[in-house]
Design a protein around this ligand. Structure first.
Ligand code: SF4
Length: 379
């Protein structure tokens, strides 16, 4: 598997809960940034860091749907020319309602984007307002319908839960409304209050109240139950897919497979030896300066030894429904999971979906609810 991620760090407005690397950008900044992405691709090609066609390409952000059709087309043409794009490659673009119309969606589809990930977040106007989103519920609905009309047969919708004052019945209505559009994929985001965000300050000052732990768990279980009943596979902690509609690109991360990532703030991974991660600093000016000097702006973040690779392999796989394949683990690392993590396995056994004799180590739903705590035993 060979994958490419492109980070687009611009949004129309900064949402008050968001701690991703994104900022409000002018049209000129966006235009210049697209040129930088193309230079970045050329420099990587010159340095021979990658030489196979991509199976998955992901435009993430930020708000990649701020790019014009021509810009998406220019980037994909450059990728095709320099590296190649595999037949039937999955090409995803994250898009926000409020930045879309039918012509734009049709243009993206014609340019080769075949999977759209729509940041719907909610179909309730009050909740969208609270979240500081630029769209309302009817714009979200229109975007979904326009995406279908433009040809998208692989549609992922984002939904947020654990919102202030959200009760189970309003969440149930939200998910039913989302399901009425028959998406292929749904990603869930439980609201969190990250340092440095406006929501964090509002939480500190008592203007906002976080969802209490018990209610969070009830909401998560409700969503799982409703989506399972609608035929969705809960294939990763926060992701649900209809049969054969898992996101191939994101699976690359959880399987520790190669991913080349460009754009300020992007993180790449190479699985050679025990693995290396590198990243491009979240700084638009230094990104531009490095590229104008003809230099690769990426810096090494971590080089793994066998122990580090085993740990990471285990805790990433435990995010997924497939979990850790015990035979695969032994083939990769020449040691069994039981040999490497006897203490951790002892501590997580009540949160496993089936005994290790099944050949897999994977969490049940309650295990996923306390994932951060459980994986601390592997670190
Ligand atoms: S649109 Fe997405 S990336 Fe942009 S500020 Fe809002 S949550 Fe963050």
């Amino acid at each position: 598997m060979s994958s490419l991620y492109l980070h687009i760090p611009f949004c129309s407005r900064k949402c008050p809960y968001c701690d991703f690397f994104s900022q409000v950008g002018s049209q000129q900044q966006i235009n210049e940034y697209v040129e930088l992405l193309i230079i970045n691709l050329q420099i990587l090609k010159r340095d021979n860091s990658h030489d196979t066609p991509f199976n998955t390409i992901f435009f993430g952000g930020g708000t990649p749907s701020l790019l014009s059709v021509g810009q998406v087309e220019a980037i994909l043409n450059k990728v095709e020319q320099l590296y190649g794009i595999a037949n039937h490659a999955e090409i995803t673009l994250e898009a926000n309602p409020g930045t879309l119309d039918f012509e734009r969606l049709q243009g993206y589809y014609r340019a080769g984007v075949n999977r759209l990930s729509l940041g719907v977040q909610s179909l309730n106007d009050q909740k969208l307002q609270l979240l500081g989103r630029i769209h309302n519920a009817s714009q979200a609905r229109e975007s979904i319908l326009a995406a279908r009309a433009a040809g998208f047969e692989n549609l992922s919708l984002d939904l947020m839960f654990a919102l202030p004052d959200q009760d189970l019945s309003s969440l149930e209505q939200e998910i039913s409304a989302l399901l009425s559009f028959e998406p292929e994929h749904i990603s869930l985001y439980g609201l969190s209050f990250e340092k440095g965000t406006e929501f964090y300050l509002q939480l500190q000052s008592g203007q906002l109240t976080a969802c209490e732990e018990g209610l969070y768990a009830e909401q998560y279980r409700l969503l799982h139950g409703q989506l399972a009943a609608a035929g969705f596979e809960h294939y990763e902690i926060s992701n649900f897919a209809r049969p054969n509609r898992r996101c191939h690109h994101n699976q690359v991360y959880w399987k520790r497979e190669d991913c080349l990532a460009i754009g300020a703030g992007a993180h790449s991974f190479s699985s050679q030896k025990w693995g290396t991660r590198w990243y491009i600093p979240e700084n638009l000016q230094s990104y531009q300066e490095s590229l104008w000097r003809g230099e690769d702006p990426a810096e090494i973040l971590e080089t793994y030894d066998r122990q580090g690779a085993m740990r990471e392999f285990a805790y990433l796989a435990l995010r997924t429904r497939d979990g850790i394949d015990l035979q695969e683990f032994e083939e990769r690392f020449n040691l069994s999971l039981q040999q490497v993590f006897p203490g951790a396995l002892d501590k997580i056994q009540n949160s496993l979906d089936s005994p290790l004799t099944s050949g897999r180590c994977r969490f049940n739903l309650n295990g996923w609810l306390i994932y951060d705590h459980l994986i601390s035993h592997f670190l």
